[in-house]
Design a protein around this ligand. Sequence first.
Ligand code: HEM
Length: 398
Amino acid sequence: MAAPITYQQLVDRTDHFAPPAVLTAAAPLSRMVYPDGHVGWLATGLEVAKEVLSSPAFSHNFHSAHFPMLKKGQPFPAMPIIPGMFIHMDPPEHTRYRGMLTAEFGTRRMAELAPRIEEIAAGQLDALRAQGSPADLLPDYIRPLVLRVLSEVVGVPYEDTPTLAALADTANDDDVPLEDEFAAEKRAFFLTRDLVERARTAPGDDILGRLTQVEGLSDREITNMLLVVFVAGFATCEGAVAAAALALLHHADQLAAFRAAAASGRGTETAVEELLRHTTVNQYQIFRTALRDVRLHGELVREGDTVTVSLPAANRDPAQFGCPAQLDLGRQDAAGHIAFGYGAHACVGQRLGRAVLGTALETLVQGLPELALDAPLEEIPLRARTPVLSVQRLPVRW
Ligand code: HEM
């Protein structure tokens, strides 16, 4: 077997669209050296990635994880199970919490929400136009659009969402020291817990309001559930819209194809799947721990071993996707991607994610036919030191 890949190689992203070359060149399952010296595994093939994410032999529970992991240059302490923090639980606890949310993102709820998302996008486009060209799409269109949608779906007042978003940015920034991350998480917890207390007496028609009606669910559990949903939804939606807008604006032929699909009335669903596959913003920190010795892709993975799954590399697996590095909105094989993860923890909000991404892009490219990047690609700084990839600014003109 080749020399182990290092954790640093996994996170060292420099290209706007492609994951580090070492990942796309790797075998479907390789050894990886973690920052604490532990030699675990890295899955970059689509099939093996799906197996890790869907097998009960692998835990998403922080408590079972091989610690200390290194985070932000410091050992990350082993974590107890936190009530309501279901993203880091295994079944059956995970199933119970997640079950309270599935209808919130189901097809019926999404059909109800679709016109409202269009209205919000149209409002943000008006604001962008009023402000005038040139602009930075991130603060002037994408962030407020995503925050308005999440505010209404989750039940966080819009005026509180920029604070929560800034705290999430701090917590997710690998260059922020651990003590500052914990301080940001604490502030976000207390801000959200105040909202839960208020919703107990005046529940709204939203996730928060409905969770307060669930018998036996404590304020602490609801607070943590809301934080998981808000933080998981905000950074990914913002990053996905930014990355997809950048990809379209950089590939003129694909932008024309997206515009044509939007104008045709046939819809942009296929194009959106390809944009999700090609950009795959959840770039690292998707990992599981083996609960027992298990055979994986012909290798013996030992109990306690950490297996990281690279979603961007899996979504460029040449065994699954023809010309995987190419953005091709007409391709028929994009729907097999795992940009929303896979298995029990696959994104619960993926219908909303798709709706926000599709509507934000359609509204933008149809409303501003002359839209173009206002800087060369190499001058658009990546926000790469975070598990969810984005850009620091997205300068455009029209
Ligand atoms: C395009 C946008 C989005 C992308 C790319 C995305 C991606 C992902 C991925 C890859 C996972 C799996 C994490 C893992 O296995 O460790 C995940 C889980 C999750 N996502 Fe999303 N997501 C998006 C939008 C949303 C939205 C809009 C929400 C809710 C408002 C949301 C809420 C969640 C939650 C709560 C989980 C944890 C599910 C669980 O543990 O059962 N996401 N997402």
